[in-house]
Structures are given as structure tokens and as C-alpha cells.
Design a binder for this molecule. Structure first.
Ligand code: PCA
Length: 332
């Protein structure tokens, strides 16, 4: 303060302005902003879990890392999200793991019908497949932050499906290679459709049945265009949040720790939320007039046969790495 008496009025104002703008600069450079593309809508529990993750990161880093979530494919469409993160166009993003199965079979292990049809089994399969998953992502400069399963997958249709026969020739909505293959093996006609496009695809007649969760059925208002839900509990596919390794390495140590901590919390919260979601969204389907049926013995048998074919195909595609994953899963 000694020198302050040498400042005239204008000098004081200048000095004050300089202090403010310096403070502004400091705040701006301390804040890193990450845009985060995700495929599903705001009402979905995955998206809500990710919003909570973003809030946690902000809080834990005292605002130095701000993640802005762009849901429902609004920044990048689902098929582009992985590559956009790989290329660094987005530092972080969410994808359905099994959407990458055509790159490497290990990404498809959670969509092999009836391999791991409960939360406990899905968790074991996740642990068994995680090293291979991380390795494959690592080869592309990507790091896994967390993964959360969808509720068990069941069949939606416009009538009760009592056997595999009833799916013959039916226009069937697919969301990954496995659902496409399942439709083919059931002699149905698959078409890939992203979740945000489901209502239009059904109302325009492009598709007439699908296999997905109570969650996606309820979020899509399935009762507007479908009548029956068959609780087949065929598999629990996961979404994962991945980060570009270079972007992650660019964070301070404290920020890295905050992201990893928030990710571990999000994973745990997400698995719990998914279990709750199974019940609440099945009830939403019922409340809105969808007939929820336990699958007939014949339907289960027919789907199990398809599942066996798909498991064999998966093993063949996944080779030694696949055998190691299944062994780790079975020995767990
Ligand atoms: N919902 C997503 C993936 C699995 C699910 O339950 C979908 O239908 O595309």
C-alpha cells in the first residue's frame, strides 16, 4: 500500500481494472470445460447418473473441471461417439459397450443371450471381462471410467409371442450386432434404430417388435405402439463412460483423482439405480396398459437355442481372449 499515495484517481481505476481482469484470466485458465456426448435422453437413468457424475466432478475439483453433458445424441450421434472421443473431438463420452462388438468380440460379451442374465452374474462377467475391455480401449488411447448395466432385456411385441415361430418375418428393431443376429436367427427382419428414433420407427411401421429393457420401453412410451412385454431376462448390456487418455493426462493430479473417485461412485450408484429401475419401469409399463407376461416354456427354449448358437459364434470370434474371459467368469 506504500505506493498507493502516488496513484492519482485514474491510476487507481486502472490498477483496479488490471486486478479484476487478471483475476478473470486466472479463473478462466483454471477452468477446463469438457463436452460430453451421450446417446440417451435426459429422462433415462444412465443420463441422470452421468449428470450426477458431472456435478460431483465439479464439486470435487472446486469448479476447475466442468463437464457439460450433451444427451440424446445431440452433439455426436451414438455411432460417432466412440470415434469422436478417440480423436479428441470430445474428451469424454458414453456408449453402449456392445455397439463396438464389430471391432472386437470382447465388447459383445455382455450381449450373449443368457450368459449372464442377472445383476450378480452381470457384475461377475463385467469383472471377468474388464482387463480385456481396458486393454482394447487402451490400444485406441481410451480409458474406461465406469460401466453401468441396463435392466434385463425382454421382448416387446403387438401380441403375445408364445414361441420363436411368432417372430418369423416380424420387422424387428435392433440396437447392436447381437440383437441383429438374434433377429436373424429367429427369422425376423432386423433394422438398427437408435433409442431417440424408436417412437417414429414404430409409428411409421418400419419396425413392429424389439428386445430391450423396461427402462427403454417406458422412456419410449411403448404403450403408444405396442401391447405386450415378455420378461425374458436375456442379458444386461452395459453402457460405459470413456475418456480420451491424452485429455485425462492433461488434468492435474488432484483433478485426475477427483474424476476417478466420482467415476467409482457413479458406477456403484448406477448399478443400484439400474436394479431399482427394473421394478419401477416394469410398473410404469403395467400402469400404462402394457401386458407384462412371463415367457412361455416354448419361447424360453427357442431363445435358449438361439443363445447357444450365439455363444458358440461369440467364442469363435473372440478366440483365446474370449476363452480367458469365460474361464475367469466361470471361476469367479
Ligand atoms: N436400451 C438400449 C440398450 C439396451 C436397453 O435396454 C436400447 O434399447 O438401445
Amino acid at each position: 500500500m506504500l505506493h498507493s499515495r502516488f496513484l492519482n484517481k485514474a491510476g487507481v481505476r486502472l490498477a483496479t481494472a488490471a486486478v479484476f481482469s487478471l483475476a478473470g484470466l486466472a479463473a478462466a485458465s483454471a477452468e477446463t470445460k469438457w463436452d460430453m456426448p451421450t446417446p440417451y435422453g435426459d429422462s433415462n437413468f444412465h443420463t441422470q447418473n452421468i449428470s450426477a457424475f458431472a456435478d460431483d466432478v465439479k464439486e470435487k475439483t472446486e469448479g476447475s473441471l466442468a463437464i457439460q453433458v450433451h444427451s440424446a445424441g445431440s452433439l455426436f450421434k451414438h455411432p460417432e461417439i466412440k470415434n469422436s472421443v478417440r480423436k479428441g473431438l470430445a474428451p469424454i463420452g458414453e456408449v453402449l459397450v456392445s455397439r463396438l462388438a464389430n471391432e472386437d468380440a470382447v465388447f459383445g460379451v455382455d450381449s450373449v443371450p443368457f450368459l449372464a442374465p442377472s445383476y450378480d452374474k452381470a457384475w461377475k462377467l463385467y469383472q471377468a471381462s474388464k482387463p480385456a475391455l481396458e486393454e482394447k480401449l487402451g490400444e485406441q488411447g481410451l480409458q474406461l471410467l465406469f460401466a453401468v448395466p441396463w435392466p434385463p432385456q425382454g421382448i416387446y411385441a403387438k401380441k403375445e409371442v408364445v414361441s420363436g415361430e411368432d417372430l418369423k418375418g416380424v420387422k424387428f428393431r435392433a440396437y447392436n450386432a447381437a440383437t441383429e443376429r438374434l433377429a436373424q436367427l429367429a427369422s425376423a427382419v432386423p433394422t438398427q434404430i437408435e433409442v431417440p428414433d424408436i417412437p417414429t420407427a414404430f409409428s411409421t411401421g418400419r419396425v413392429e417388435a424389439m428386445i430391450t429393457s423396461p427402462s427403454t420401453g417406458a422412456n419410449s412410451k411403448a404403450w403408444d405402439f405396442l401391447t405386450h412385454y415378455h420378461d425374458t431376462q436375456a442379458w444386461l448390456p452395459k453402457n460405459m463412460v470413456i475418456v480420451n487418455k491424452r485429455a485425462f493426462d492433461g488434468l492435474s493430479d488432484a483433478e485426475k483423482a477427483a474424476v476417478l473417485e466420482a467415476a467409482a461412485e457413479a458406477e456403484q450408484r448406477g448399478w443400484e439405480a439400474s436394479k431399482v429401475e427394473t421394478k419401477t419401469k416394469t410398473n410404469v409399463l403395467i400402469e400404462n396398459g402394457i401386458t407384462v407376461v412371463q415367457p412361455s416354456k416354448q419361447l424360453i427354449e427357442d431363445l435358449a437355442a438361439i443363445g447357444e448358437t450365439m455363444a458358440a459364434e461369440w467364442q469363435e470370434n473372440a478366440g483365446e481372449a474370449g476363452v480367458a474371459v469365460i474361464e475367469a467368469y466361470n471361476n469367479n
